[in-house]
Design a protein around this ligand. Structure first.
Ligand code: ADP
Ligand code: ZN
Ligand code: ZN
Length: 691
């Protein structure tokens, strides 16, 4: 017998080894490979070895039983194929890092019973699940309750929520649903009742969230509703905790998993429901190999598992809304806030008028200042978003125009006053701000553009009696700091909360009646076809933080381009109008979701080598060209250099996904055959960032 082995190296092809003992597909093995020993996964079998190859024996078998469930294994194969990425690396990414023989041996003594729980977990579950029916009854009775009685903290659903819930739970099998619910419309409550429904049917659920630290409320609400039934998987727990959580899931001890991106591989059996909360968030895209999109992967996992998958958002991605429009996904809308709370009134302040009136650039407009004062007088709270950390955006010599760029990256350095340093936000390089211009020796160094540090200082200066908190990556060295500031804001010890987009996410503060947005134009300037979509999403999300209690909310957005359609449509907060407007642009420019897109990034420390390889790849693609393909570039990426590495980019657009897929497969083979040495080439299917 022979086995096909995918080694955990960035190689597209698999290798054949002789087998001495029986192994199940998906088990890990150690194999000799180019004079080394490497880990790999058995992914298939064959009766005979190819005649023209020297075949070695498998060194050792690491797993007695495969750690990946059959459906997860199939999912990995799909990822490798769809994202044109090595299967060995995908399989590795699907397991918690550092899981070792020791953990595997532990598992051998308590193999999971298919579709059930083992004796140990049942003992544990008795305590955890005792607040509901007998565990075994839960797991063996597929019968559902009629109308379920309400339990603590559970709400009687609104009509729309009820419809959404019955759509999710109503039809068995694979069922993708876009749940488009405005902020505060009660999506989380729908998720929880759907989870509860499937729990009673003995089924499991997976909840994906964009970033665990940013969704503490979702976690808390789930933890309260389902005590001891949740495993959490994300990257800021220790390796050991991650392995322990993973093993609890694998053994069937917990029926609910909440986690970030890689939790899409959670070893849940009997999966009935996947929720992708805030499905539009870019953090679902893995930006290192394997470059998969966890949302789209979740849809495929649901398909393989025969489960319902709910993509929830107040601002769906263009891709998901398009899928709903073309009836690939079911579409459910929660159009009103719970208890009829109105959406906040949105107002745009033209900052060019402010400049004219004040004779200088100001951080806070008169309108926003007056609105903040009114909140302070009434004892209400304010949030102010400025999506740039640091004090000043950059330093400029007024005499010769010199700006301070990072030595290793093609970006300007940001001034941080608290530490008296210029910082590169890409590589972390720090330097002392110079007193004189290094070019012309003039003293006229000017600090341009504002960051959250400056915003906080301005607020303290303007409102000396107000209690002000700040949330950004500099102020939040630890998750504890984050909890402390948010806790202070929640309890009313903070009047004004300033911060980066970290404050825009899912929070529910009933006493916030004003949200200010500063520097709202900045993302529109990015050379990215999704700039308008990102801006619209951010504005809608942050606006959703206002007026969630019984008092109506207000939103003030400061912009130098108030006529841009993104701002005009943000006033109405009508997603459909934005979608229609943005669709016209995407169609005309052949961008997703109307065209399949892939990015090719060529990187090298040597600029000439990077450019040469990129040109060669461009020529190769030209030689394959079909009518359904358009190639743009090669050209230097917008961020031409990061950490001293030069970056050249090509974009491939195609009206036919399968044509693009074939082309990328051939390109990968070409790259592997070319043996490019130090030059690295990355293929990105459905890229999220084009910087
Ligand atoms: P979303 O997730 O869409 O932003 P949430 O689920 O957080 O909305 O709901 C907003 C608020 O309304 C929460 O405080 C939640 O507890 C409450 N809520 C949700 N559903 C109901 C309901 N059916 N009746 C009363 N309050 C509800
Ligand atoms: Zn100068
Ligand atoms: Zn740098």
């Amino acid at each position: 017998m022979y086995a096909d082995v995918a080694v955990c190296l960035p190689l597209a092809r698999t290798f054949v080894y002789r087998l001495n003992e029986p192994v199940e597909p998906g088990c890990r093995v150690v194999v000799p490979f180019r004079k080394r020993e490497v880990e790999g996964f058995v992914i298939g079998f064959r009766e005979s070895a190819p005649a023209d190859m020297e075949v070695h024996e498998i060194g050792s078998v690491l797993d007695a039983i495969p750690l990946l469930r059959p459906d997860t294994f199939r999912l990995c194969r799909w990822i490798a194929d769809y994202y044109v990425t090595p299967i060995g690396e995908v399989l590795k990414a699907a397991l918690p890092p550092g899981i070792s023989r020791k953990h595997v041996d532990g598992l051998r003594h308590s193999p999971p019973r298919r579709g059930g729980v083992d004796a140990r977990s049942e003992a544990k579950a008795q305590t955890g699940w005792s607040n509901r029916q007998n565990v075994s009854a839960v797991l063996t009775t597929p019968a559902l309750r009629a109308t379920p009685p309400l339990r603590g903290g559970e709400f009687a659903l609104t009509t729309d929520q009820g419809k959404a819930l019955s759509t999710i739970t109503g039809s068995p099998g694979f069922h993708p649903i876009l749940l488009h619910g405005i902020t505060g419309s009660g999506k989380t409550e729908v998720y929880m009742q759907a989870v509860e429904h499937f729990l009673h049917a003995g089924k499991t659920s997976l909840i994906l969230v964009p970033e665990i630290g940013l969704t503490p409320q979702l976690n808390d609400r789930f933890a309260k509703r389902f005590p001891n039934q949740i495993a959490i998987l994300h990257s800021s727990i220790t390796k050991r905790q991650r392995i322990d959580e993973w093993l609890r899931i694998y053994r069937g001890e917990v029926p609910i998993v909440i986690g970030t991106r890689s939790a899409v591989f959670a070893p849940l059996a009997n999966l009935a429901l996947i929720v992708v909360d805030e499905e539009h968030e870019t953090s679902y895209k893995q930006e290192d190999t394997p470059r998969y999109h966890a949302r789209d992967t979740a849809v495929m996992r649901a398909k393989l598992a025969g489960a319902a998958v709910v993509l929830g958002s107040a601002t769906p991605s263009m891709e998901s809304f398009y899928n709903a429009e073309s009836r690939k996904y079911d579409y459910m809308m929660l159009a009103t806030r719970v208890e009829g709370r109105p959406l906040p009134a949105v107002e745009i302040v033209n900052m060019r008028d402010e400049y004219a009136a004040e004779g200088k650039q100001v951080v806070l407009s008169r309108r926003l200042l007056q609105a903040v004062s009114a909140r302070l007088e009434r004892g209400e709270q304010t949030m102010i978003l400025l999506n740039r950390r640091g004090y000043a955006a950059f330093l400029l010599c007024r005499h010769c125009g010199f700006t301070f760029q990072c030595n290793s990256c093609s970006v300007g350095m940001t001034y941080h006053r608290s530490i008296e340093k210029l910082l590169c936000h890409y590589c972390g390089l720090a330097r002392r701000p110079p007193g004189r211009c290094p070019e012309c020796d003039s003293e006229y160094i000017h600090y341009v553009g504002e960051g959250t540090e400056r915003l906080e200082a301005e607020l303290k200066h303007l409102f000396p009696d107000a209690r002000i908190g700040r949330i950004d990556r500099d102020a939040m060295r630890h998750i504890r700091d984050y909890d402390r500031v948010l806790g202070g804001f929640r309890s009313g010890d903070i009047d004004i909360l300033a911060g980066t987009q970290m404050i825009a996410k899912g929070h529910d503060f009933p006493r916030v009646t004003l949200v200010g947005v500063i520097g709202a134009d900045a993302p529109l300037a990015l050379p990215d076809f999704r700039a308008a979509e990102r801006t619209f999403q951010l504005l809608t999300q942050v606006a959703g933080r206002s007026g969630r209690g019984d008092r109506p909310g207000e939103v003030v957005i400061q912009s130098y381009f108030p006529d841009h359609y993104t701002f005009q449509l943000a006033i109405t907060q009508r997603f459909e109008d934005f979608y229609a407007r943005e669709s016209r642009y995407r169609k005309a420019m052949f961008y997703p979701p109307f065209t399949a897109l892939s990015g090719i990034m060529v990187t090298d420390r040597d600029a000439v080598r990077a450019a040469n390889t990129a040109r060669e790849i461009g020529e190769y693609l030209d030689s394959l060209r079909s009518n359904a393909i358009r190639v743009l570039g090669p050209a230097p990426a917008p961020l031409e250099r990061i950490k001293r590495v030069h970056r050249q980019q090509l974009l491939i657009k195609s009206s036919s996904r399968s044509t693009l897929h074939d082309l990328l497969g051939r390109l990968r083979q070409y790259i592997e055959d070319r043996k490019l040495g130090a030059t690295r080439v990355f293929i990105d299917v459905d890229p999220v960032s084009l910087l």
